[in-house]
Design a protein around this ligand. Structure first.
Ligand code: G3I
Length: 361
């Protein structure tokens, strides 16, 4: 449709660079990736700690602050970015500032030193990929379950304005880049389930969706926009669980639509940034168990994506992997199958659910 932004249905990779090319030919993984998708997100290797930890460098605590950043080793990411460019795929940079994958030496620095390190990290990384990576998750998962800011190393050392500072540096580093704030369990707005809102009421529970956090997400974005911070998009991760107890159910399509709508009204674009749908908590025995898992997973992929795609502010879908052979979920949840191709790259029912949703565009 006219004005419809290009949909980037994407993925990559819990896998290592060597999974992309075998000697002079594409691996199975790479063949499927390039034939089914048009965009790539690198799941791990572009984060701060892996970039500076992979080689020995002067990152020891005894080194003077100016040298503690260490030398950057971009060769893993280069391999993946070159691969994506060769196959005409978009690349989203994930992620510049996330406390979970920041180098531990930040803890021993003063606020000014941390600020300088973060600034240099943003300039170094964005500068290196300028012209190749045009879209970045700048800050990731800074919100706690109650919608307040997590008191992570950046918050403690730099103060509550650190997110704003990161976006301003990112814009300075590459004024052409599209800059995104990304978070999880923020995909809902308002009531959705019969007989109540059905969303997490316990602020501490590890559930999706969580209305308090979703409101915190909206308010954070609103504040950034109102202060004129250069931010262009919001990423809602969408790591869903089809089979959880009531407070872990995914949001309804209507809830997702409302969240996209109100963020769009701020002038921002919205994407679903890391979608997968776990099913292992659904019954695993009984004659209908498998059919139930397949149906629930398919429905969530199809209906959430259709709802999102019907919103003008929505501009992209990234799945967090595509084959059940390679998914972060298997490191945390036993025997799950959250993606749209099975372990042997066979299309699942959820694949056709996604395809159906895309047809509505
Ligand atoms: O690269 C090394 C490899 O050389 C080594 O042999 C292997 C042994 O453990 O580890 C490999 O690194 C792992 C990497 O994934 C690549 O597979 C890291 O240990 C592991 O910590 C890393 O996990 C990633 C995690 O973020 C931390 O970066 C997951 O793949 C990735 O799916 C996950 O993604 C996050 C998003 O960034 C933010 N939202 C939540 C999402 C899921 O947790």
């Amino acid at each position: 449709k006219k004005d419809r932004p290009k949909i980037k249905c994407a993925t990559c990779s819990t896998v290592e660079p060597q999974d992309l090319t075998a000697t002079n030919s594409l691996t199975r993984y790479a063949k499927v990736l390039t034939s089914e998708f048009n965009s790539v997100v690198i799941e791990h290797h572009l984060k701060w700690a892996p970039l500076v930890h992979s080689i020995p460098g002067p990152i020891h605590q005894t080194a003077p602050p100016s040298t503690r950043l260490g030398r950057y080793d971009f060769h893993h990411v280069d391999t993946m970015v070159d691969f994506a460019m060769k196959h005409n795929m978009h690349i989203k940079g994930h992620v510049l500032v996330w406390h979970v994958t920041s180098p531990p030496f930040l803890e021993d620095m003063t606020g000014d030193e941390v600020r300088e390190c973060v600034r240099r990290h943003i300039f170094t990384t964005m500068g290196y990929f300028k012209g190749r990576i045009k879209m970045w998750d700048v800050v990731n998962e800074s919100l706690a379950s109650d919608g307040s800011l997590v008191e992570n190393v950046f918050y403690r050392k730099m103060g509550p304005n650190y997110i704003e500072e990161c976006f301003r540096w990112a814009h300075e580093a590459d004024p052409e880049a599209f800059l995104i704030y990304n978070d999880n369990k923020v995909e809902c707005c308002g009531k959705g389930y019969e007989g109540g809102d059905g969303v997490a009421s316990d602020a501490n529970c590890n559930a999706a969706p969580n209305q308090a956090k979703a409101d915190g997400f909206y308010n954070l974005l609103k504040g950034l926009v109102q202060r004129g911070v250069p931010i262009h998009g919001a990423g809602m991760q969408a790591h869903f669980n089809a089979g959880g107890v009531k407070h872990q159910r995914p949001p309804t399509p209507a809830m997702v639509k409302r969240q996209i709508r109100r963020i769009g009204d701020l002038g921002l674009k919205v994407n679903i940034s890391e979608m997968d749908v776990r099913v292992s908590k659904l019954p695993s025995s009984g004659s209908d168990a498998t059919a139930m898992k397949i149906a629930a997973q398919t429905q969530i992929y199809r209906d959430i994506l259709s709802a999102a795609l019907s919103e003008p502010a929505f501009d992209g879908i990234w799945l967090w992997g595509f084959t059940d052979r390679h998914t972060w979920v298997s490191n945390f949840y036993y025997d799950d199958a959250p993606l749209i191709l099975d372990e042997n790259y066979k299309r699942k029912s959820s694949y056709f659910g996604v395809q159906e949703a895309l047809k509505t565009v």
